[in-house]
Design a protein around this ligand. Sequence first.
Ligand SMILES: [Zn+2]
Length: 89
Amino acid sequence: MKERRARPRYKPGEIVPGTGVYKIYHNAHRLMHEAALIENTLFPKCRKCKHAVKFVLARPIQGKSVLPFRPTELLEEYEGGEEKSVKAG
Ligand SMILES: [Zn+2]
């Protein structure tokens, strides 16, 4: 039995599980909008509400003819997630 209503939500900095169009919910300053995101990249964060955005897969995209995510006035690339090899102490 499938749970059709189970829609996982993703946060900025998590890895995109599959290429597709994602609905992006902001913390009130902006209405929901959509953006195409590529598998194995990081979910971007919002310039305004930062980590308060949530991503929900709207529809998967087959094939690889998708333009990679580009930062917009609203969203910026998530940074600082991968480089933790340098430790002090
Ligand atoms: Zn926002």
